[in-house]
Design a protein around this ligand. Structure first.
Ligand code: HEC
Length: 161
């Protein structure tokens, strides 16, 4: 069927609009990158604080293992949400001073797996901490820190000034 020539530009334009919408997913709709980044920043700060509190706590002569378990739970609860803090369109291309690399989105499966790995390790830390064996807690804290580092090495760029 031939499209009457006067309708062609409209059809083309519509096709372009649809194409863009599909390619960008919900991102193009309107990601407020600055807002997304601010929330992401706050959430990672929470994770960072919890992890620091655990490490500081382990320096005590008699670490409060229950308190450590509670901090580990904060990390495992938050880590399950990490992927949701990275909607498409909130990366470096948005102009916000994010440290997230473009690889977060181009290698989304690995990024998700890295978040999952932190969730697994921190949940394990919580379980171990509740049992109270300080040496075992120290070892699992290391494993948890490794999960942070693995993701940062691949997906986090240098500090933005
Ligand atoms: C799945 C990947 C991933 C994991 C796992 C991860 N991070 Fe991050 N983290 C990032 C990315 C990406 C950024 C940069 C975010 C940005 O700048 O938009 C970041 C940023 C941060 C920041 C800086 C917050 C800010 O904006 O100033 C802190 C602190 C941090 N992470 C701590 C941790 C700690 C501690 C752990 C482990 C307990 C951890 N992260 C695990 C990916 C991860």
């Amino acid at each position: 069927m031939t499209v009457p020539s006067f309708k062609r530009p409209a059809a083309l334009a519509l096709g372009l609009v649809l194409g863009l919408t599909v390619a960008g997913g919900t991102a193009l709709a309107a990601v407020d990158a600055a807002k997304v980044y601010a929330e992401r920043h706050d959430n990672f700060k929470k994770i960072g604080m919890a992890f620091k509190t655990i490490n500081d706590g382990l320096k005590a002569d008699a670490p409060d293992t229950k308190a450590i378990a509670a901090q580990a739970k904060i990390i495992s609860d938050l880590s399950g949400k990490i992927p949701s803090w990275f909607p498409k369109g909130s990366g470096p291309e948005s102009g916000v001073k994010t440290r997230a690399k473009a690889e977060v989105w181009s290698d989304w499966a690995t990024f998700q797996a890295s978040a999952k790995s932190l969730q697994t390790e921190s949940a394990k830390l919580q379980t171990i901490a509740l049992k109270g064996d300080v040496e075992a807690i120290k070892a699992q804290t290391k494993a948890t820190g490794k999960a942070c580092g693995t993701c940062h090495d691949k997906f986090r760029g240098p500090e933005q000034k």
